[in-house]
Design a binder for this molecule. Structure first.
Ligand SMILES: CNc1ccc(C(=O)O)c(C(=O)O)c1
Length: 461
């Protein structure tokens, strides 16, 4: 059998976008042999000789995580950045009692219902530093049979002397990363902040879109959440004429409370930001909105069966108050990537052409469709209230060669044979819910009429 290609070869083939999906167990090899990585690949010595690492995430299985590092790296200093409080913080720290190389940093969560959702790795090597921004929890099941996204930075070389401004990219990657990590105001992150400032990140081509909890006003308002994305699209996005009538697609694995109607936040605020264009001349009319969220049957027939729905936390109590939202929903379908049965835990947003051949931009992020993640305007639009920590990377054509649009495809055969086509995680055009049959997956109600892939029914609680 063909030896699986070395990581550095896989990495090279994925340039310049450096956007990967996670490997999926139980699908044809060809869907895992290009543009797909496992956590062991990311942490492998092929990517660099690790000296220390920092793992930002929501869920951790510490013993499992350590096992994902090559054995020669398992005793290197590891800082875990999490959002646990009280007993669950104690429990998390207890899991690491035997690992004297592990330290913890608790991210402050002073806003009710906020979560530390950000999934990011800072990898310090002897030759430089790499940043990985992704969507998987640090538990085995998140890397087994789901569709997850990964962006891996170039190897950032060390500079002669540290600087917060020297060694930045055209996309202000270094400045934005320093702002994000500094926003934790945590002394445990001091060394990593210094580390970041010591590296030349000028090769970074993506724009960081982050969220930190707080009631952001003044200049801080446009530094986070959907107002950051709006500002970046107004500065570097497509021209109005290029994207007239092009839809905005949102794809996510959890849904917050949207309020009583689409004008409240979804179309009245959030969609206004995602449909921003160069020069900011968004016409009062907003473009079509299309959302991707798995149906009950997408989950039932998935590789994991109903248990996949344990990571798709949409509750009936939230859903029943916003039935209007479900009219925007489309099925999860990823035939091109062989992942129609690998349920999405990835979150992506894009502005595709009606013929599905192009997109004006693409965002992969930890942020689900919720006010908590993206922010909600308050006090007559003078402050943006965000509850959670989130981070994502925005791909804009102008930073990947002098062009206004990306060619896109989810067809792996086509992706393998071309160089500059952006790899989509799911198929376009989208697939409608079947009228009168399909319902959005809800995780807290029973399904006993038809068996899942493993012959089981779903009885939550
Ligand atoms: C309340 N906690 C979570 C809700 C949703 C998600 C998701 O990503 O869909 C996650 C996570 O997996 O980080 C946590």
């Amino acid at each position: 059998i063909s030896k699986s290609r070395g990581v550095s070869e896989l990495y090279k083939h994925a340039q310049p976008f450096s956007f990967f999906l996670t490997k999926v167990a139980g699908i044809a090899d060809k869907y895992n042999s290009t543009l797909a990585l496992d956590i062991k690949d990311i942490l492998s010595a092929d990517m660099g000789n690790l000296v220390a690492s920092c793992q930002f995430n929501y869920m951790f299985d510490i013993p499992w995580l350590i096992q994902q590092y090559p054995k020669e790296f398992r005793s290197k200093p590891l800082l875990i950045v999490h959002g646990e409080q009280g007993p669950s913080k104690t429990e998390l720290e207890a899991e690491a009692i035997d690992y004297k190389n592990i330290r913890f940093c608790q991210a402050k969560l002073e806003m009710m219902y906020g979560t530390h959702h950000t999934k990011m790795m800072l990898l310090q090597y002897d030759t430089g530093m790499r940043v990985v921004i992704h969507t998987s929890n640090l538990i085995k099941q998140d890397w087994h049979q789901k569709t997850q996204g990964i962006w891996i930075s170039p190897l950032f070389p060390k500079m002669a002397k540290p600087s917060a401004t020297e060694g930045d990219s055209l996309t202000y990657f270094k400045k934005n990363l320093l702002e994000y990590v500094s926003a934790y105001k945590a002394y445990q992150l001091k060394d990593w902040i210094n580390n970041i400032s010591e590296h030349d990140m000028s090769a970074a081509r993506v724009v960081i879109i982050g969220s930190v909890p707080g009631r952001h006003t003044g200049d801080q308002m446009r530094s986070w959440g959907h107002l950051k994305l709006k500002r970046v699209l107004q500065q570097h996005g497509p021209s109005n004429t290029a994207v007239t009538k092009w839809p905005v697609i949102g794809q996510f694995s959890s849904v917050g409370s949207m309020g009583a109607n689409k004008e409240a936040w979804l179309c009245g605020e959030w969609l206004q930001s995602l449909s921003a264009v160069n020069g900011g001349t968004t016409l009062p009319s907003v473009p079509p909105l299309q959302l991707v969220f798995p149906t009950k049957d997408n989950v039932r027939c998935s590789l994991e069966g109903f248990p996949a729905g344990g990571s798709i936390p949409y509750s009936i109590n939230v859903a029943k108050k916003q039935m209007f939202l479900h009219d925007f929903f489309h099925q999860w379908r990823s035939e091109g990537q062989g992942r129609s049965r690998a349920m999405p835990h990835i979150k992506t947003y894009l502005r595709p052409s009606p013929d599905s051949q192009k997109t004006a931009w693409f965002l992969v992020t930890s942020a689900n469709l919720s006010k908590a993640a993206w922010g909600a305007l308050e006090k007559k639009g003078t402050q943006l209230m965000i509850r959670s920590y989130e981070i994502g990377v925005l791909f804009l054509p102008k930073f990947f060669g002098d062009k206004e649009l990306f060619d896109v495809s989810s067809n792996l055969e086509l992706l393998k044979s071309s160089t500059n086509v952006f790899p989509l995680p799911f198929d376009l055009p989208l697939t409608d819910y079947v009228k009168g049959k399909d319902r959005p997956w809800l995780w807290d109600i029973p399904y006993m009429d038809l068996p899942d892939t493993n012959g089981n029914i779903w009885c939550p609680r």
